[in-house]
Design a protein around this ligand. Structure first.
Ligand SMILES: C[S@@+](CC[C@H](N)C(=O)[O-])C[C@H]1O[C@@H](n2cnc3c(N)ncnc32)[C@H](O)[C@@H]1O
Ligand code: SF4
Length: 420
């Protein structure tokens, strides 16, 4: 096999990219596997997902075989980099649990034959509450999955209807219990700011997520993505645009209720349940997602599947978006091409800006040394406006900037002030 990776970047035929182009890699490696199928397309979602299959290798029943092929490719290309054992695997979508649980377990088993895995490797799959049952969750746990992230979105029927969600809100309690009984941790995704959602509705959703007994909660402000059904409804005036003040009030309520319930934020949209002895203000939490942190810490990862993005040192590339084009590139015989669509090589300045944008969002915050010396004069005003805290000693090089609650609400403004 002769991998050619990725188009647009000088990448020799033996599959080993020029170290000068790759630059400094992280020792840590993660894998992302995209599954581009959903039963129903939610009106707000613009993820790369389809409600039909596209033939062999791009159908739900045979998709895992194409994934095996990209795992082969990744293992070969990454071999010279001597990463530490894989620290996290995240199967996302779409709705990965549209695939047979046994096929998902086989994908993981296959990856284990090609990469060495850390003993405590975190293996997450996303799931729609409708697409799992007690048995399929047991199969996933037996296959090595350690964590399930459920798309809950809301506990209020009317809000779920506006979002085109089909599950019964009562099902959340059951799927969390089944996953935990099978030995896995859980996370629940919530969306706030849906047209017609009141503050009382949002409080009910937070309370329901907490009473389900989950270990992790992600809260996302509804984004009206261009081209989606919901975007068209907003354009036509059938639905109102989410109100930023309403969304800010809902974020503040989430922060209050989740911290009162013993959760701590470790990234703007992510909260983990604290274990005894743990405290907030850090990402070092038992239930923080290792995979999320890998993204925010500039680790390396390979994204498998249509449209998936990869990150290796200075290189970024992304796969062909359509499942058929992706599966065809991987082919069936002995030789295959890379499914990459295009890529780019970041300069040192672009890479440090990328790191800045990601790290400022975390509870660990950002070292003062990461801020351009010409812009540091703006920090006292941001601290004065109670958007940032500055701790440590700037003269000893250990000073750290962390967003306050108000700073999290205005993170884009703070980032602009410190980068432009
Ligand atoms: C791939 S889905 C999760 C798994 C599964 N497909 C489901 O929806 O149940 C990832 C998450 O992204 C969030 N999401 C997707 N589109 C969004 C949007 N336009 N605004 C805010 N959150 C969004 C939802 O919370 C969703 O649970
Ligand atoms: S939110 Fe989840 S279930 Fe809905 S279309 Fe997007 S990926 Fe599919």
């Amino acid at each position: 096999m002769t991998p050619v990776l990725p188009e647009g970047i000088a990448w020799p035929a033996d599959g080993v990219p020029d170290p000068a182009v790759v630059g400094k890699t992280s020792k840590n490696l993660s894998l992302y596997i995209h599954v581009p199928f959903c039963k129903v397309r939610c009106g707000y979602c613009d993820f790369n997902t389809y409600t039909v299959g596209f033939g062999e290798g791009a159908d739900i029943s045979s998709y895992h075989q194409s994934v095996f092929r990209e795992i082969d490719l990744a293992a070969q290309v990454l071999a010279p980099y001597e990463h530490n054992p894989v620290q996290s695997v995240f199967v996302g979508g779409g709705t990965p649990t549209m695939l047979d649980a046994q096929h998902l377990a086989e994908v993981l088993g296959y990856a284990r034959t090609k990469f060495s895995f850390a003993p405590n490797c975190e293996v997450t799959t996303e799931a729609n509450p409708d697409s799992v049952d007690a048995r399929s969750l047991e199969t996933l746990a037996a296959g090595g999955f350690t964590r399930v992230s459920f798309g809950m979105q809301s506990a209020v029927k009317q809000v779920l209807r506006t979002l085109d969600r089909t599950h019964d809100p009562k099902r959340i309690q059951r799927v969390v219990k089944w996953a935990q009984q099978a030995g896995m941790d859980t996370s629940l995704d919530l969306i706030y700011g849906t047209p017609g959602e009141s503050l009382v509705d949002w409080e009910a959703s937070l309370s329901a997520a907490l009473s389900a007994g989950t270990e992790h909660i992600s809260t996302y402000a509804l984004v009206i993505e261009e081209g989606t059904k919901m975007w068209k409804d907003v354009q036509r005036g059938h639905l109102p645009m989410p109100d930023p003040d309403d969304e800010a009030a809902k974020y503040e309520l989430a922060d209050l209720l989740l911290s009162e319930a013993g959760f701590a934020w470790y990234e703007i949209s992510n909260w983990a349940r604290l274990e005894p002895g743990e405290s907030s203000g850090t990402t070092q939490l038992t239930y923080a997602s290792v995979h999320n942190l890998a993204y925010w810490r500039d680790d390396d990862w390979w994204g498998i599947g249509p449209g998936a993005h990869s990150h290796l040192g200075n290189l970024r590339w992304w796969n062909r978006k359509h499942p058929r084009a992706w599966a065809d590139a991987l082919g069936r015989g002995e030789s295959f091409l890379s499914p990459a669509q295009a890529g780019e090589e970041l300069t040192a300045a672009e890479r440090s800006l990328e790191r800045f944008l990601l790290q400022i969002r975390t509870a660990d915050g950002l070292g003062l040394s990461e801020v351009d010396p010409d812009l540091r004069g703006r920090i006292p005003a941001l601290v004065g406006q109670e958007l940032l805290t500055l701790t440590g000693n700037p003269n000893q090089g250990d000073a750290v900037l962390q967003l306050t609650l108000q700073g999290r609400l205005l993170a884009d403004y703070v980032t602009r002030e410190l980068t432009v």
